[in-house]
Design a protein around this ligand. Sequence first.
Ligand code: 2AM
Ligand code: CA
Length: 264
Amino acid sequence: MDIKQLDEFAKEIIFEAGKNIRAAFSYNIEIETKSNPNDLVTNIDRETELFFIEKIKAFNPDHRILGEEGMGETVNNLKGVVWIIDPIDGTMNFVKQHRHFMITIGVYVDGVGVLGYIFDVMREDLFNAIAGEGAWYNDSPLRKLQPVKIEEAVIGINANWVTPNTRINHEKIIELVQTVRGTRSYGSAAMEIAFVVSGKLDAYMSMRLAPWDIGGGVIIAKEVGAIATNLDGKDFDYLSKDTFLIANPSIHQLILDKYIEEKK
Ligand code: 2AM
Ligand code: CA
């Protein structure tokens, strides 16, 4: 397989999809809810996923697509070439803020990540990686992450997890929040991952993410030395939903050991 050619093709369709999404702000966006009243989807999420499926199938009908909106075929293994796609990551930001939402894509060959993309649609900013060759931000190489002390770290975390909840011991998260230099919450997992791989955040965690939220980002992470696991310190489960922690390598294990206590 010609990875460079695949990379060029992926970038081309990501930029074209971005242009279509930006144009959609001048006509009606129809908003619906999915699993709960805060889980939003729009006609643009669906149209964008369909756009990717049509383009990819025309490029190579053997490639399969695992997309958030489920408009491709059912994918229950990662054999062959699988594109893991979130057409809009941060749909609430898309609907309410008209910014801070990403297209994110990971291309996997027999379960191994080869190409990763996170595209900030409004800023037209691309973070991408080719496995084994490096990672880039708008064509400038991203550097390996430099060590950071936990006291100087800025971490991405949702405020829910410092309040009593059924998933995690919030007292420990309070300790974490009081230890680090600062916290942020952007509402797009892919955006927070893009910030970790480029050193704008030092860690990001979530209690429940799907393969399409992180499938592109983890490929970029590997190239810069960021560590991505679930909250048990194990590999993320790509065929289901899972907890997630991505961090600078100097604080990943420390966060797991000292500040994460899941309620199981
Ligand atoms: P989305 O916008 O593509 O749905 C913050 O809300 C982040 O978590 C976003 O990246 C969002 O992706 C993701 N997210 C929201 N609800 C989710 C769910 N039920 N399962 C997995 N990821 C979810
Ligand atoms: Ca989405």
